[in-house]
Design a protein around this ligand. Structure first.
Ligand code: WT7
Length: 582
């Protein structure tokens, strides 16, 4: 691994990602379906051919161009899961503009911070989104964000629901065929996507054009055993890397038919996925363990009454899958004839790092098994930083050599790439995860080793949530930790102290919860908020998160070494307070 993070693939090569994903298929197989859109309402769906995709992307690109979008500009996208979102991403790629998709569940504050950090001059949104029958007022959230984004000059609004919305003349443009392709260098950035770290504001993880596209396409082909004619369904939102790599870029680069799912797994009922698989003849289905766990509790009947014979490969991503959920997926959904791929990777990695290959790697439920082609994982001793040789070892998971899909920089802050990923263990890329390599050389992810928390497969930074909590006028200090949650994987447990003069009342906890929802978004809604007299700190003033995690997990039998604690009484106060919640 180069110490300065210099990575390039296809040096001096030229390409256009949109040409690879759209134009060549529009020429070779114009009538093949590129996108199947499955709307929130199960009676709404649309099929878009490669020919149509080409026309729509060109129109969109021309509109962007008319608004002044040029090569290397950044464009913010805040959209629901609809075909226009894919047109917008590909239109940016066509012009050589860097897109920054912000998940439509983020609040106006999170949106503002991301648009601002990315220096977006043009943003794209929709009037409204709808998920599980619930309306998401995207345009008004965008309006709120734009009040504090002086750089944004144009806001394109797609009328998805066709409702009346507020309109700012001059800034907001309505939608209205061929657009030439911009030749791009191999290393030109294709997009950035924000992700949380243990400290500071979210990082704009920036990906390249040639290497990223190769990696997304190659992993899509081999990990899902893709063959022409397959209908590939990754039900992730395009607001996350999974949607970028396995809804849009990987499948389209391979000329596949890819499904865009607008809804949620339980709407209108817990058979939604299975109904959709039968309806569209889906061959590969890719979801998160949290969704599997949420559906398992409704019983097998919802699944068994559907014809799922089109399925061949079932994938999971986002967090380790517990063996019970794995077996249910394998037996009830896959009827013991589909391969399961538990894919371990990150926003930063662009595509899968550790994963089985269907039919080629024997699975162990709960293990992401072995590295993908070209990936060289190492398990390091966390104290010495030395690689642990041989099998049956446990430590920190790092990667030895670059791979094509690796992130190229943190947008606007290359130092951060070095500090977070390349400097902690010299010569290696640090994943931030702990791992075991078992006696057979299989990898098991043991969880994050930093202060990030994986809630329903989404990484949240404890620092961000703490920052939101202290926005409350009465809040003095906050510490947020994860605790095991039966559906979400991890839940959020927030400890807060209030200012002495502040009078806590019945509404305080709700106010604190609302502040987090407003500052970050509903995905970060705390499960528990505990107002406590003091936080456990070391004599040097560091919050002892290890203790807070134990108390939040109701695992107070052995608290470990507490001798460095400044005030021992604090711990028993916390345990007593927490007991009331369990
Ligand atoms: C973190 C990355 C990659 C898209 C979804 C999340 C955890 C991801 C697995 C898996 C165990 C996993 C890791 C990783 N993770 N997949 N199959 N087994 N853990 O992307 O938000 O960038 O989060 O998710 O902790 O570091 P992300």
């Amino acid at each position: 691994m180069h110490p300065d993070g210099h990575v390039s693939w296809f040096l001096n090569g030229k390409l256009n990602v949109c040409e690879n994903c759209v134009d060549r298929w529009a020429e070779e197989t114009p009538d093949r379906i590129a996108l199947i859109w499955e709307g929130d309402d199960p009676s709404h769906s649309k099929r878009i051919t490669y020919r149509d995709l080409h026309t729509q992307v060109c129109k969109f690109a021309n509109m962007l161009k008319r608004l002044g979008v040029r090569k290397h500009d950044t464009v913010g996208i805040y959209m629901p899961m609809i075909p226009e979102t894919v047109y917008a991403m590909l239109a940016c790629a066509r012009l050589g503009a860097i897109h920054s998709v912000v998940f439509a569940g983020f609040s106006s504050h999170s949106l503002r911070d991301r648009l601002d950090d990315a220096h977006c001059k043009v943003v794209i949104t929709a009037d409204q989104g709808v998920r599980g029958g619930k309306v998401i007022p995207l345009k008004s959230v965008m309006d709120e964000a734009l009040k504090e984004c002086p750089l944004v000059e144009k806001c394109i609004v797609f009328k998805h629901q066709g409702h009346d919305i507020d309109w700012t003349e001059g800034r907001d443009e309505a939608m209205r065929p061929y657009c030439p392709l911009e030749p791009m260098d191999n290393e030109d950035l294709l997009f950035m996507l924000y992700t949380s770290g243990s400290t500071g504001k979210p990082k704009g993880i920036a990906h390249s054009s040639a290497g990223y596209l190769l990696y997304a396409a190659m992993t899509h082909k081999y990990v899902f055993d893709y063959h022409p004619g397959d209908v590939h369904a990754c039900v992730a939102d395009v607001g996350w890397i999974t949607g970028h790599s396995y809804v849009v870029y990987g499948p389209l680069c391979n000329g596949a038919t890819t499904v865009l799912f607008e809804s949620v797994p339980t709407y209108p009922d817990p058979a939604r996925y299975w109904h959709m698989i039968e309806k569209h003849g889906i061959s590969q289905f890719y979801t998160a363990p949290t969704a599997i766990r949420a559906l398992m509790v409704h019983g097998d009947e919802w699944v068994s009454k559907h014809d799922l014979s089109s399925l061949r490969v079932l994938g999971t991503v986002g967090e380790p899958i517990n063996p019970e959920a794995w077996r249910w997926y394998y037996e009830v959904v896959g009827r013991k004839r589909c391969d399961i791929v538990d894919t371990y990777w990150q926003t930063e990695t662009g595509g899968h790092l550790l994963t089985p290959l269907p039919g080629a790697i024997r699975c162990k439920p709960g293990s992401a098994t072995r590295p993908f082609f070209g990936v060289e994982p190492v398990v390091l001793d966390s104290k010495t930083g030395q690689p642990l040789e041989g099998d049956d070892v446990s430590g920190v998971l790092c990667i030895k050599k670059p791979w094509p899909g690796m992130m190229r920089t943190v947008y606007g802050d290359h130092e951060r790439l070095l500090n977070v990923y390349l400097r902690p263990y010299k010569g290696f890329y640090h994943t931030g995860d702990g791992a075991v390599r078992d006696k057979d050389g299989y990898y098991w992810i043991t969880g994050r080793v930093d202060d990030t928390i994986n809630v329903s497969g989404h990484r949240l930074g404890s620092a961000e949530i703490e920052h939101a909590l202290v926005q409350h006028p009465g809040c003095a200090e906050a510490a947020v930790v994860g605790f095991p949650h039966s559906v979400k994987g991890a839940g959020l447990f927030c400890y807060v102290t209030m200012n002495n003069e502040y009078e806590v009342n019945e509404g305080t906890v709700n106010e604190l919860r609302d502040i987090v929802r407003k500052e970050i978004g509903p995905i970060a809604t705390p499960d528990h908020i505990l107002i406590v007299p003091a936080l456990p700190k070391t004599r040097s003033g560091k919050i002892m998160r290890r203790l807070l995690r134990k108390i939040a997990s109701n695992d107070t039998g052995s608290l470990g070494d507490v001798s460095t604690l400044a005030d021992q009484q604090v711990v028993s106060d916390l345990i007593n307070a927490a007991q009331k919640l369990f």
